[in-house]
Design a protein around this ligand. Sequence first.
Ligand SMILES: [Zn+2]
Length: 522
Amino acid sequence: MAETAAPEAAPEGPVAAGFGNAAVSRALAAGAAPQQLMALRPGMGNAALGRILATQRVLARQDHEPPTLEELAEADAWAAEGIKRGTDLTPGNAGAGLANAGGGFDAEYDPSAGELKIIMRCGAEFTDGIAADGTPAAGLEQEAEAIRNLPTEIERQQRLALFRWSPDPADPEKVAFKTTLESQIEGFWGGRHEFFLRKRGWSWLGATVSIDIQVDDKANLPNAHLTMKPLKVPQDVNVGAFVQHNDLANAQDNEMVLSSNLGATNQFLRHSITFGIDSSDIVGTQADNLRNVVNTFKGAETSPGVADPRSLQTPVELTGHASSTGSDEHNQRLSEQRVAAAADFMEREGFVNVITRVSGEGAGEAGATGGEVESDRRVDIVIGSGGAQNTVIHEFGHAFGLGDEYANTPLVSSGLGRDTGTPQMGDTATHDPLVKKMVDAGGQPLAGAVCEPTDSIMSVGDVVRPQHYSTFHAALTDITDQEPWALGPPTGRTDPLPDAAAGGVQGPGDFPVPQPGEPVAV
Ligand SMILES: [Zn+2]
């Protein structure tokens, strides 16, 4: 949710004697904001008042002072030292029972370019989905069985070929895998948020984030951070992916098993419930379906109905529909009633903050297939961005040292306990301590990260939030030996630091969370 801007701070301490205007003194002592007094000023006839108030504000808010020449010179000297480097960084944390990686990458900060570069070397060990002797890799048993049941030997061989890499290192499919993976991960994970050094005189030093993924055959990369085993499968097969590690402090022992199908996605964020003819009642299996949506996406709570302060409270959009029979006016009204019924149901079932999180609109019979078709009588439910999650992109979050943020709920990893490595609703994400070390542009710390199904990339969606840059932020702090690196663009060279009211988190993909339907991470 968007933070509301804090009001301008009232001056601190008693007002100095000699003000010469009792009304102003009383107002200030009572905590009036300076801009409120400015509004009174024309009737006061005191030309000095503006200057006095300006002084008060500066004394109360040291951050508002422009930098001194000494401070600027200090920052210049530091920047002139050039690029700061760190190798084999592992900023991630272990998590109870969770198979999360500690990360593993090099990082470079270039003050003159204002850029943090995250460099990960990935050594590929190309692995056949179904081996030459017919043995399938884990998860491909049914595919192998289906091939054995094909009617002719020619068909069997044609299908099997799609599960096997060429032995030639220069094979176009291998080359395409490497280049596609590089551009996919660099494009998705880079440039989502930026930082600036929130020290007076230094805040013109910024850090955009770029990602440099270097994929080559493992034999050519003896110091790879990540060993990846791409299983060769056809485009119509999705075997998912996972990351594992041995030693959290070893930056070069991460392993990723993934499929050669880099476009495979999972969709968790779009749901629908249907209604009877001319009805807005939510009953039977449709009530069960909506209850499952509520219990999956209501968000982590500290007690029933009370949101965990780290919960993202992902907004939900409801859109009503009606079949094409009946008048336009009737169908519009019916669609609105269906949306209202769904919102009421969600509130009764414990969806936290329905009023602020659920927006609805009645779309009438728009898009109806014609006649009385059940699927036309529905409410569409879109959670947050509504975007599908690319499995490999999510796994790279683990390779960067982030933990999972989803949770065992009716529609996500249903029934899987913590003993299976599945987080439970309200568990602390492994990167939570790093997120808490991050601050927004105004210097306020972020709340942290909790496990709950949302549209976040480390949960079940596709949105990269500031918390997902927490291991990059930790690396930046480490290699520069400077802090705090705050979220947001750098200031002008002689600007004062941004205050809390002007702060908040800034940059593409930031809070406030994107509205449903808005383009986000691709
Ligand atoms: Zn994961």
